[in-house]
Design a protein around this ligand. Structure first.
Ligand code: B3K
Ligand code: ZN
Length: 883
């Protein structure tokens, strides 16, 4: 498992390995080429003279040789698009520096030096939003993964930790607030300018550096840690947004308390600042003591944010806070270890959210995300292990595999160890590696030692890509039930042959008469195939398997429909019950789409679903949040993923037909449910949220069955709405209909919320993801809308990501949908390559789509590949997708 530590270059800089192997392809960076950096940066002093169009940066690096690395006569400092205006070594102008591509190389003869470098930046011209950029008149930074090199020349790699002191000087009226990591140690005024100095006592890698300057207001609060430290909490936003920050602040305090209680982690500075910005490539960033957030994950009130938005704010606030330990105190040795911090932190935020609300509903939601985003990634051309072996552009590896599958892998360790033993392992990990840049192997070893587990073979989960398929067979003879489990890990790019991996499966065997079972068991499938026997079953039991989704695998079970119906009605594991409902529908639609079903068989299949759904609608033992989960049909993406080669047109048509039939058959029950749910209050408690969830779900079925009735009901829901959840839900349904109310309510929504960017994003997204037959034409028209811009990532995603996720429109048989996305990628790439590259995977699915559409998708990828001047981000994604 250990990684070879051979130096790739005299400087030991893996960035340089294999550069220019192919003249046009960016260098491939390999995990096995890791070597420690020859220098340590003991201290970093940064002096910023800030301006929107011109910012001067003076960086002073206190350097010492790293005794653990190969000695080097030079130092290589990464840069991107920078020119060194001045270089001084130990106070004297340097005459020994050269450029190697974008990097600065300085000869350093001694064992310790002080290097000063001056650069100049144009933040307002930085549309990539990496490094220092301007957003709505404020200045802020984004450095992960390699943005710091756009600010100054520096060893921009996560294993070089340094203590930072930052001085900022700026026009006072324009930038009244000046923030950086750590604590403010001094401030003062110089005529129309003012300055502030911040010091962060915790050594950190450059990707955690942050600076913000702007005209901002703060919601302030405080938190007293378990050790008695009083921490000042501030959430900075633009004037006018303050009253939408209460939920974020409450979430932060809950997250701080939870991390102390559940993981024993305490905050370690006297101040914790969060700043919300409108132009941001991602959700948020965990910079030490100064998180920068996309406004989408900070601002929420009941009139402008949905219940889902509230949950997302809570989850992301917690995620970034939890990084203070899993990411900042213990960081990553290199970017191949990204899942070390991201997988673990996602697991921590998932467990937090489970504890804050309904645990089963949260679990089902997380599995839905995994299956709709990560499973397709794992079965496509971009599949990679949670610890990849190589990359061209690290930004392309902030994937669902690294984050969500990474979390599932650690969750499996926790399931096998048990909560208490796992905590011993995580304590040991933090204790052993505090202040270090660690590896995934360090984490596994700490869990192994702390929890007393043997994770030898389990380490394969880190190196093998692909979603394992587990085939489950249950037979019965006499009083013995025999369970045979076998696994297969599919081939993925670069990994044709796989070994079996330990797969922890929670199972229960139900007595079909009493509807009970004898207790849940955890079985771990280690080999390719294993057989287990269970005694004392006079009649064949019903098997519930992978309860709680204990392993991120595909289960193939040859289960009679009656057993699925039984589990859909009776399983006491909420996830397994949800799964049985999903499987009933997946099995039926699979049969229908596969053809060869006669009318009678089709009716039997439909009837089983109708009965199960009717039982869900009437079940008094479950709450509405759970009812909503059980009411949801499997998504088209999930259905496509079930087929070896999918026909998106047939999947869409058959799923809609089934929905319409159910809406027709259960019309009265659904109307009743909608009425009952409409009586709920417009509050944020779980019952009210559940009512809102089933209300809109009921409408989606009714809309498929009877447009006009649903349109009237949706319009009434829209008009009476006191929450964004109800209003957006109603508008979502209306957007898919061809009725007069559609136009009227879309216009009303726009006029009502004009000027509120986050809500106008919803307005774009609703139309781009609608079931309306003209959705594609609507998207084309919307890109010309005066409020549309590609310069704001939220806005670009609101239209185009929603569209790429709308199977009916994106997979239009004409190929226009693919063309639209390809045009977007080409237009966006020079503006914001990170965001542009995120659209490539939608086209990369071509191998799993029927041949007619596949050829059109591939054609668009080839068109992109043929363009000159592609960014490294887009080049890598397109070339991997073409395969
Ligand atoms: N660590 C950041 C993600 C940075 C993405 C860079 N392309 C946010 C997070 O995962 O918490
Ligand atoms: Zn993260």
């Amino acid at each position: 498992m250990d990684i070879a530590r051979t130096p790739a270059t005299p400087d030991g800089n893996p960035e340089m390995a294999d550069a220019a192997v192919e003249p046009h392809a960016p260098a491939l960076i390999r995990r096995k080429d890791y070597a420690p950096y020859p220098w340590t940066v003991v201290a970093t002093h940064l002096d910023f003279d800030l301006g929107l169009d011109k910012t001067r940066v003076e960086a002073k690096l206190t350097l010492e040789r790293n005794p653990a690395a190969e000695p080097s006569p030079t130092i290589r400092l990464n840069g991107e698009g920078l020119a060194p205006l001045e270089v001084r070594c130990d106070g004297e102008p340097s005459n020994s520096h050269t450029m190697d591509g974008d990097d600065l190389i300085v000869t350093l003869p001694g064992d310790a030096h002080e290097l000063t470098i001056v650069t100049e930046l144009d933040p307002a011209g930085n549309s990539q939003l990496m490094g220092l950029f301007a957003s709505n008149g404020m200045l802020c930074t984004q450095c992960e993964a390699e943005g710091f090199r756009r600010i100054t020349f520096f060893p921009d790699r996560p294993d070089v930790l340094s203590v930072y002191t930052v001085r900022m000087r700026a026009p006072k009226a324009q930038f009244p607030v000046l923030l950086a990591n750590g604590n403010c140690t001094a401030e003062g005024e110089e005529g129309e300018h003012h300055w502030a100095e911040w010091h962060d006592p915790w050594p950190k890698p450059s990707y955690l550096f942050a600076l913000v300057a702007g005209d901002l207001v703060a919601r302030s609060d405080s938190f007293t840690t378990m050790g008695g430290r009083e921490v000042a909490l501030n959430i900075f936003v633009r004037d006018g947004d303050l009253d939408r920050t209460e939920h974020a602040m409450e979430s932060l305090k809950r997250a701080m308390a939870w991390d102390e209680q559940i993981f024993g982690r305490e905050y370690d500075l006297d101040i914790y600042n969060i700043v919300a910005v409108s132009d941001f490539n991602m959700g948020a960033m965990e910079n030490k003591g100064l998180n920068v957030f996309n406004t989408k994950y900070v601002l929420a009130d009941i009139d402008t944010a949905t219940d889902g938005d509230f949950d997302a704010v809570e989850g992301v606030i917690a995620h970034e806070y939890f990084h203070n330990w899993s990411g900042n105190r213990v960081t990553c040795r290199d970017w191949f270890q990204l899942s070390l911090k991201e997988g673990f932190t996602v697991l921590r935020d998932q467990l937090f959210s489970q504890d804050m609300g309904s645990a089963p509903v949260k679990r089902i939601g997380d599995v839905r995300v995994l299956r709709s985003v990560q499973f397709p990634e794992d079965s496509g051309p971009l599949a990679h292990p949670i610890r990849p072996d190589s990359y061209q552009e690290i930004s392309n590896f902030y994937t669902s595999t690294i984050y969500n599958k990474g979390a599932e892998v650690i969750r499996m360790m926790r399931t096998m160890a048990g909560e208490e033993a796992f905590r011993k392992g995580s304590d040991l990990y933090f204790e052993r590696h505090d202040g270090e840049a660690a590896t995934c192997e360090d984490f596994v070893k700490a869990i192994e030692d702390g929890a007393g587990l043997d994770l030898g073979q389990f380490r394969l989960w880190y190196s093998q890509a692909g979603t394992p398929k587990v085939t489950v067979k249950l037979s019965h003879e006499g009083e013995t039930a025999t369970l045979t489990l076998s696994q297969e890990v599919p081939p993925t790019p670069g990994q044709p042959d796989k070994q079996p991996m330990p797969i922890p499966l929670k199972i229960a065997l139900f007595d079909r008469t009493s509807g009970t079972h004898r207790g849940e068991q955890l079985v771990v499938l280690n080999g390719a195939s294993e057989t287990l026997t269970f005694e004392g079953f006079e009649a064949p039991p019903v098997l519930s398997v992978n309860r709680g989704f204990s392993a991120p695998v595909r289960i193939e079970r040859d289960i009679p429909r009656d057993d699925l119906t039984f589990l859909a009605a009776k399983d006491d594991d909420p996830f397994a019950r949800y799964e049985a409902m999903q499987d009933l529908v997946v099995g039926h639609l699979g049969d229908v789409i596969g053809g060869g079903l006669d009318t009678e068989d089709r009716d039997v299949g439909r009837e089983a679903i109708r009965t199960a759904l009717a039982a869900v609608l009437a079940d008094g033992r479950i709450d509405d949040q759970m009812r909503g989960e059980l009411m949801m049909l499997p998504s088209e993406t999930y259905l496509m993923e079930q087929a070896l080669v999918a026909d998106p047109g047939a999947i869409h048509a058959e799923r809609e037909t089934l929905k319409a039939w159910l809406g027709q058959e259960l019309g009265e029950e659904l109307v009743g449910l909608h009425q009952r749910a409409s009586e709920g209050p417009g509050t944020l408690d779980a019952a009210a949220q559940g009512a809102r969830k089933i209300k809109t779900l009921a409408l989606t079925y009714l809309a498929a069955a009877d447009q006009q009735r649903a349109s009237d009901m949706a319009a009434a829901q829209y008009d009476g709405a006191t929450t964004m959840t109800d209003r957006q839900g109603a508008l979502m349904v209306l957007a898919g209909l061809e009725t007069a109310e559609r136009t009227a309510k879309l216009l009303d929504f726009y006029n009502r919320y004009r000027g509120n960017d986050l809500v106008i994003d919803k307005w774009f997204a609703l139309q781009a993801s609608s079931l309306h037959p003209q959705a594609l034409a609507h998207v084309k028209a919307l890109r010309e809308h005066e409020d549309f811009t590609l310069r704001n990532p939220n806005r670009a995603r609101s239209l185009y990501m929603a569209f790429a996720g709308n199977p009916q429109a994106f997979y239009a048989a004409s190929g226009e949908g693919y063309r639209l996305i390809a045009d977007l990628i080409l237009e966006l790439d020079p503006i914001n390559s990170q965001t542009a590259a995120r659209f490539v995977p939608a086209l990369g699915r071509w191998r799993r789509i029927e041949p007619g559409r596949a050829a059109l998708m591939r054609g668009e990828l080839e068109r992109i590949a043929g363009a000159s001047q592609l960014s490294r981000d887009t080049f890598e994604q397109v070339s991997r997708s073409l395969g």
